[in-house]
Design a protein around this ligand. Structure first.
Ligand code: 5RP
Length: 262
């Protein structure tokens, strides 16, 4: 029930619910990864079940694929879909130009491929994700396991000439072992504190051998939907230059809130 949800979960839910309402019959939709994207998948599952919405979902991780199938969404691969109408995903940080840091959940590679193959990317988030300048959240960089310590040293050395405040990095762990992505790669988290030139950093990182992709999403996101714990929603569109304020009322009996395990 919604009464048991934390304010942050309510904020994520209202953003996800608003985004789910943008999805139209027949669309091919990229499905993001993370706790906010999980709300989106549940909301879309409800529309499939209750309203007969027909969509095809392209998940950005094995976790999202499992959840989408669970809630009754037809799942296909990106190569089957080829091009998507819309991708809806969460983010770790969003700046005023709708540039993002993503990859907190380790799915940045598939997320970037899927978002880039979409007519439109909509990001859903709680208000805590909005920042003036990117970089307080550690920037994830996906790298291949071969020679990863050499890649880490190269990345740290390159950061010396970049406009950033911190230059340390750490291998993402899963208990005692390295965290492994769906593609079998490792994640290096860069503790930069503040990124002065995100566009330049994104380009430089991707030129290094061993680096597969970085979590900076520059000029990819079109619309951000920011939710608040009291149901307020802000919809900001970078192409239209519009900002809309809305409010969503919770429905206490909503069966979306039953059997939550994350
Ligand atoms: C996963 C991501 C997520 O979208 C990001 O970490 C936000 O997650 P959450 O919605 O749980 O806060 O990029 O790789």
């Amino acid at each position: 029930m919604s009464g048991e949800l934390s304010l942050i979960d309510k904020a994520k839910f209202v953003a996800a619910k608003r985004a789910a309402d943008m999805v139209e019959d027949g669309m091919r939709v990229g499905l993001g990864t993370g706790s906010t994207a999980a709300w989106l998948v549940r909301c879309l599952g409800e529309r499939v079940r209750d309203d007969g919405l027909r969509i095809k979902g392209v998940p950005t991780s094995s976790r999202t694929a499992a959840l989408a199938r669970d809630v009754g969404i037809e799942v296909m691969s990106l190569d089957e879909a080829r091009w998507l109408d819309l991708t809806i995903d969460g983010a770790d940080e969003i700046d005023g130009e709708l540039n993002l840091i993503k990859g907190g959940g380790g799915a940045l590679l598939q997320e970037k491929i899927v978002a880039t193959a979409s007519d439109r990317m909509v990001v859903i988030a709680d208000a805590g994700k909005e920042v003036g300048t990117l970089g307080a959240f550690p920037l994830p960089v996906e790298m291949i396991p071969f020679g990863w310590q050499t890649t880490q040293a190269l990345v740290e050395e390159t950061l010396i000439s970049m406009d950033v405040l911190g230059r340390n990095s750490s291998l993402r762990m899963n208990g005692d072992a390295a965290f492994v992505t769906d593609e079998g790669n490792y994640i290096l988290d860069l503790h930069l504190k503040r990124i002065g030139n995100a566009r330049q950093l994104a380009l430089v990182l991707n030129q290094m051998p061993g680096v597969v992709e970085n979590g900076l999403f520059i000029d990819i996101c079109d619309t951000v939907i920011v939710g608040h714990g009291d149901g307020r929603i802000l919809v900001r569109d970078i192409n239209e230059g519009t900002v809309e304020h809305e409010k969503l009322d919770f429905v206490e009996s909503n069966n979306l809130f039953a059997d939550l395990d994350d």
